[in-house]
Ligand binder design. Structure first.
Ligand code: GA4
Length: 326
């Protein structure tokens, strides 16, 4: 259940909406501003083919409708955290009212993807979707670099690396009458919000999320309120990850967010987490530190170091403090 102290949710405000079809320099300035103030924004007129999105959505619906044993056998067989998960998040006992499929987006992995009889349809929907959202993530990162007056592909080259460690997560949050815990809700009109995915920041560089028309995503605003993001299936919701906060020396904010399940409809979300190679060295960019004449807030570490540490902690724990400069 969502704790009493965490229930202050504003419904009358939303995160910034950025129209990507507008003039480039204006868009890049809006992106920088959103990353500096809220860490979250929506993009519309983003150019992703609607057929690619609807194929991925339909394949996800078909996947989650399968019996649990079949969902667990999605291949290639990989160790946790990858593969199908039911309620368990991470390796430290966090749970949520969610079932999910976590996939590495490495082409070799995707080419072996199988999910029952219709595996080739599933695999091709995932491959096309990943390619499209990767493209979008790179475009947004290039606009960001422009807005910060950095060389054009400063961030996107990390995502485009052949060994980039990016992941796709398909989440299914059941409606209140289908709760996975099997709770006895005899009075269906009384549905208390439950935590679908507990509060956390995203570790990677950038997250590109799309959901169906059902709300549930909430973002921690700087003034302490949790703001519900209104659902818009035609938009993508984008947020800064921990690594981008580090590279911008804290200028961009990797902000806590969570997913709650409240309604009578189930929510489906598809999140692409754009990450670098595990060997990539991450630290504040010298150009940013010098330009702002600010002390370096973080030391340099590899993405592998960060991940090892992240998986030793719980979902809601702070994972950046140990990488702060002393
Ligand atoms: C949060 C963002 C992504 O969903 C994810 C999650 C990952 C997992 O589910 O395995 C983590 C979580 C996420 C952050 C801290 C660690 C790792 C669970 C967890 C407790 C796939 C990711 O990259 O980090």
């Amino acid at each position: 259940m969502v704790k009493e102290s965490q229930k202050i949710v504003a419904l009358d405000q939303d995160i910034p909406v950025i129209d990507m079809s507008l003039e480039r320099s204006g868009v890049s300035m809006q992106i920088v501003k959103a990353c500096e103030t809220i860490g979250f924004f929506k993009v519309v007129n983003h150019g992703v083919d609607p057929d690619v999105i609807s194929r991925m959505e339909q394949e996800s619906i078909n996947f989650f409708a399968k019996p649990v044993l079949e969902k667990k056998s999605v291949g290639p067989v990989v160790n946790r955290p990858f593969g199908y998960g039911l309620k368990d998040i991470g390796l430290k006992g966090d749970i949520g009212e969610v079932e999910y499929l976590l996939l590495h987006t490495n082409p070799l992995f995707l080419s072996q993807l199988s999910s029952g009889n219709d595996s080739s349809k599933f695999g091709s929907a995932v491959t096309c979707y990943v390619e499209a959202v990767k493209q979008l993530a790179c475009e947004i990162l290039d606009l960001t670099a422009e807005g910060l007056r950095l060389p054009p592909h400063t961030f996107s080259k990390l995502i485009r690396a052949v060994d980039s460690d990016s992941v796709l997560r398909l989440n299914h949050y059941p409606s209140s009458d289908q709760f996975l815990s099997g709770a006895n809700l005899s009075d269906k009109s009384v549905s208390l919000p439950r935590v679908g995915f507990g509060e956390h920041t995203d570790p990677q560089i950038l997250t590109v999320l799309r959901s169906n028309g059902v709300g549930g995503l909430q973002v921690a605003f700087p003034d302490g309120r949790w703001v519900s993001v209104s659902p818009d299936p035609s938009a993508f919701c984008v947020n800064v990850g921990d690594l981008l906060q580090v590279m911008t020396n804290g200028r961009f904010l990797s902000v806590r967010h969570r997913a709650v399940t409240t309604g009578h409809a189930s929510r489906l979300s598809m999140a692409y987490f754009a990450g670098p190679s595990v060997h990539a060295k991450i630290g504040p960019l010298p150009a940013i530190v010098t330009a702002a004449d600010q002390p370096r807030l973080y030391r340099t570490f590899t993405w592998a170091d960060y991940k090892k540490f992240a998986y030793s902690l719980g979902l809601g724990d702070n994972r950046l403090d140990i990488f702060r400069s002393r």
